[in-house]
Write a protein that binds this ligand. Structure first.
Ligand code: ZN
Length: 301
């Protein structure tokens, strides 16, 4: 009797070990298209998911060229999450190359996109993809990610819902803080210059006017006339808030900075997070960092 009990105990222990390691080995492989999205997916997925990303920290999704390793990441994935709104023009080709037939969830689904004209010959309106720069939009991203993960992994749906609720609360706190900060800045001070049009959603939400040297994509080349107009406007309005971006070429902005005689106020994180040891390793920290930088400069305008 005793031996049997002992054996049963051992068996149970062995079974627990096996199932325990099986659970940790079977994290759901999820691919997020870029670093900001990967962070949001990690917050919702928690321990149940293994998130990898295509466009990494400080990298520019507008000019991304997938490598063979990216094809492998997609081929292994149970779920692919993209921003949508035309941000990942390369995703379909990549999914085909990987023979990926799983779900591609669009995080921005349900958001009313802002329309922006292109530059020069490409003046047709197109959706502005940078919806994540408004935390209220990221609440929609979060809900969409909760749904997508729950569809792929129904057993985890309660956990995703709970993680999502916690993250939504943090987003609301971020937004409350930001609103209170911007309320201290007068209307005439609220102009910021950046490299490309990544902050229109941010600007619309917080009442800040962003002027950019480039259009909504870092791919397009601004004309000399566009640049001259921007410089004239900056001089007339005495704009002091001028920022580099973490993933864009700084050359153009440096040129503008020299001409206007205003030193850039550091960099803003536009389309990518910083590496883990940088100033903006998560979405929440990125927003707080950007807002703090912007406010410091707007006070000088
Ligand atoms: Zn961009």
């Amino acid at each position: 009797m005793k031996t049997v009990q002992k054996l049963t105990g051992l068996l149970l222990a062995a079974l627990l070990l096996v199932s325990g390691s099986a659970v940790s080995a079977e994290r759901i492989p999820v691919v997020a298209s870029f670093s900001i999205l990967a962070d949001i997916v990690s917050n919702v997925g928690g321990e149940r998911v293994a998130v990898s990303m295509l466009v990494g920290p400080d990298q520019d999704a507008h000019v991304f060229e997938p490598a063979p390793s990216d094809v492998k990441k997609i081929a292994r994935a149970k779920l692919v999450v993209i921003n949508g709104l035309g941000f990942e023009g390369w995703i379909e080709r990549l999914a085909n190359a990987a023979a990926y037939h799983g779900v591609i969830a669009v995080a921005s689904d349900g958001i009313q996109p802002r329309q922006r004209p292109g530059h020069g010959n490409n003046a047709a309106l197109r959706p502005d993809p940078h919806a994540w720069q408004d935390p209220v939009n990221v609440m929609t991203y979060t809900r969409n990610i909760v749904s997508a993960l729950s569809r792929v992994d129904p057993a985890g749906s309660e956990i995703y819902k709970a993680n999502g609720a916690k993250y939504l609360h943090q987003l609301a706190q971020l937004d409350d803080w930001a609103q209170a900060q911007f309320a201290q800045i007068s209307g005439t001070q609220r102009t910021v210059i950046t490299s490309h049009d990544a902050f229109e959603y941010f600007g619309a939400h917080y009442g800040v006017r962003f002027l950019a040297a480039q259009g909504v994509s870092t791919e397009s080349e601004p004309s000399a006339r566009d640049i001259a107009a921007l410089i004239r406007q900056m001089k007339q309005q005495h704009v002091k808030a001028l920022f580099f971006e973490n993933m864009s070429n700084p050359q153009l902005l440096q040129q503008i900075s020299n001409e206007v005689g205003v030193a850039p106020g550091g960099k803003l994180y536009a389309d990518a997070l910083s590496p883990p040891n940088g100033d903006a390793p998560t979405y929440l920290r990125m927003m707080r960092y950007n807002i703090t930088q912007i406010l410091a400069r707007l006070r000088l305008n």
